[in-house]
Design a protein. Structure first.
Lengths: 46, 273
């Protein structure tokens, strides 16, 4: 049996799963950093 | 005496003894060893320094390992080119197991020392570990079709790996299921400790039962049974995936600590207003 379609499918699934994890983590980290900075600067102003 | 930590947002950290010491204006005992990282500020400083190089090293090593495995490593005499799926499948299987081991370690730290970072780490390790367990199952299935002629068999190794995936899902659901997070942390810690029994079953399943899944090619106690031209890209890929896993957990944990801090700051403002 030709293994190529299975190899392509495996690497595509891996790219999607790991890519989604990385993007989700980066976006969450950026949002958390921004919100913390805003909350702390708001407290400092008051 | 075991150190005990208070939740985030409260500035006083320590046990009754610690508070008595503060009242008596005696300097508080400083947490020693890895307990120092129970301090969220200290953890955030360390994570900010460590995470970017770990993530970059993980990304580069993963890319090198997978490129090597896909285009340079030879095809297997029996499996043919399907062996190239192994460079994804094996590291994801290792990391799914290692992630659950880390979850169990967090459960011990949570139940014994009430370590707040251990609770947050358990929340963050769960989805990452589940993603790698799912990746292991899917890539294993896609490898099984050209090699065994079937996507799935109820073989001991495959079934115990599926149980591990369900344990991850149960942990993710349970830790978020309570209005009081402390109850969720405790319930999920107990589940993590019970579920850890699945790890030796996964590891030894190929020895204990007559399985379709092949036996271990790599062992800590004996020489590898793999050709070095295949072993090297597998090791590079496994190291890369491990660093990537660590970077993802560290980054998600940092985000969780910041989210808690933000909530604590906003709550303090509401209370003072």
């Amino acid at each position: 049996m030709n293994a190529l379609p299975f190899i392509v499918a495996s690497y595509t699934v891996a790219a999607v799963v790991v890519g989604w994890l990385c993007v989700d983590t980066l976006l969450r980290l950026r949002k958390a950093r921004r919100r913390l900075a805003a909350a702390e600067s708001g407290r400092a102003r008051r | 005496m075991l150190p005990c930590f208070k939740p985030f947002g409260l500035q006083t950290t320590g046990s009754l003894l610690y508070r008595t010491a503060v009242d008596a204006t005696v300097s508080p005992p400083r947490p020693r060893g890895w307990h120092r990282f129970a301090n969220p500020g200290q953890f955030l400083r360390l994570a900010a320094r460590v995470t970017p190089p770990v993530a970059w090293a993980g990304g580069i090593l993963t890319a090198v390992g997978l490129f090597w495995g896909l285009f340079i490593a030879p095809a297997d005499w029996q499996q043919g080119n399907a062996v190239r799926i192994m460079y994804l499948h094996v590291p994801s299987a290792w990391l799914a197991s290692a992630g659950y081991m880390a979850l169990a370690a967090c459960a011990v730290a949570s139940l014994v020392w009430r370590h707040p970072l251990a609770d947050l780490a358990a929340v963050e390790i769960g989805p990452v570990g589940a993603a790698f367990a799912a990746l292991c199952l899917v890539t294993g299935s896609l490898w099984g079709r050209p090699t065994w002629g079937t996507y799935w068999v109820w073989d001991a190794r495959l079934t115990s790996m599926l149980v591990l995936f369900f344990l991850y899902l149960g942990h993710i659901a349970l830790i978020r299921a309570f209005d009081d997070p402390q109850r969720g942390y405790r319930a999920a810690s107990i589940l993590a400790l019970i579920g850890v029994v699945d790890l030796p079953i996964i590891h030894f399943s190929v020895q204990w039962w007559n399985t379709l899944h092949q036996g271990n090619s790599i062992s800590l106690t004996s020489a590898p049974k793999m050709y070095i031209g295949m072993l090297a890209p597998l090791m590079v890929s496994a190291l890369g995936f491990t660093l990537l896993f660590a970077a993802l957990v560290l980054a998600r944990l940092s985000a969780a600590v910041m989210e808690r801090r933000t909530r604590a700051v906003l709550l303090a403002e509401v209370r003072s207003a």
